[in-house]
Design a protein around this ligand. Structure first.
Ligand code: ATP
Length: 263
């Protein structure tokens, strides 16, 4: 899979400025700045516990920020009316870690949850749309009536992706989409993300530890450390970084294996 270059002049769809987030006496990030450009797959890396999920959740408005500004499609999220906020929420989809499907609902019903929340459609249309999403992520139609407990890890991720795509979003947030998958399953999932990104013109914000994903599908990478973005750019930029964590991560044994396999 060839990486596409999204120019620096591409429209910024998410802009995070001077963000500070903390819990109690603990500050997780401070003065954090990050742009995500339209049509790119941005890989977001950093050591465990640095705050990758927290940043994702802060952008989504699921954890409060102490300072800073988050703009999505040029709109300051703090300044939106409830209706405008809902309109923005319809333009993003989220795949949380471990899929986070509702265990008491079937795959089809899970995919329909955002549709029921945001759209006013007949049952027939809801069914048709859900089946479309289920097929789009490469699941067999008979997976639609299965419960999450009947699915393999890879199928759960696909079902969660179908739910993230339920409202035809412009942006998809993926929190460690390939974690827990075997290398073949992870590779197939990467390929699916890349294909969907291209066919649907998605912007993808992907938190990942997976060096193969970073190498094969990400256009750009941003690395989080000590509460800030410590490096931002292509794999080549990461490889050239002198930051000790980035050096260890991108030049370690696993990285060499991933990069030589990809070349
Ligand atoms: N709701 C919360 N209340 C208190 N502390 C929290 C909360 N959510 C996250 N944290 C803390 O924030 C820090 C960052 O957590 P986060 O899950 O974002 O890390 P991460 O970079 O995504 O890690 P990993 O790669 O292991 O998933 C951790 O120290 C975590 O304990």
């Amino acid at each position: 899979m060839a990486r596409r270059l999204v120019g620096a002049d591409a429209e910024v769809v998410i802009r995070v400025t001077d963000l500070e987030v903390g819990f109690g006496t603990k500050t997780i990030m401070k003065h954090l700045n990050l742009d995500v450009r339209r049509g790119e797959i941005l890989g977001f890396v950093g050591a465990s516990g640095t705050g990758k999920s927290v940043l994702t959740r802060a952008i989504l408005g699921l954890v409060p920020k102490r300072a800073g500004k988050i703009e999505v499609f040029g709109e300051d999220l703090d300044k939106l009316s409830r209706i405008s906020r809902k309109a923005i929420e319809q333009r993003w989809g989220v795949l949380f870690q471990q899929g986070a499907l509702f265990s008491s609902l079937t795959v089809k019903q899970n995919v329909q949850v955002p549709m029921r929340e945001y759209l006013d459609l007949s049952e027939r249309l809801l069914d048709e749309l859900a089946m479309l999403k289920i097929e789009m992520v490469g699941l067999n139609p008979d997976a639609a009536d299965k419960f999450p407990s009947d699915l393999s890890g890879g199928m759960i991720k696909r079902a969660a992706l179908a739910r993230a795509l339920a409202l035809d979003p412009d942006i998809v947030f993926l929190d460690e989409p390939t974690s827990g998958l075997d290398p073949i399953g992870a590779g197939e999932f990467d390929e699916l993300i890349s294909t969907l990104q291209q066919t649907l013109g998605l912007t993808v914000f992907m938190v990942t530890h997976d060096l193969d994903s970073l190498h094969s599908v990400c256009d750009r990478i941003a690395a989080l450390g000590e509460g800030k973005i410590i490096a931002e750019g292509t794999i080549e930029t990461m490889l050239a970084s002198t930051n000790p964590w980035l050096k260890a991560y991108f030049h370690g044994k696993r990285a060499r294996a991933a990069f030589s396999a990809g070349n």
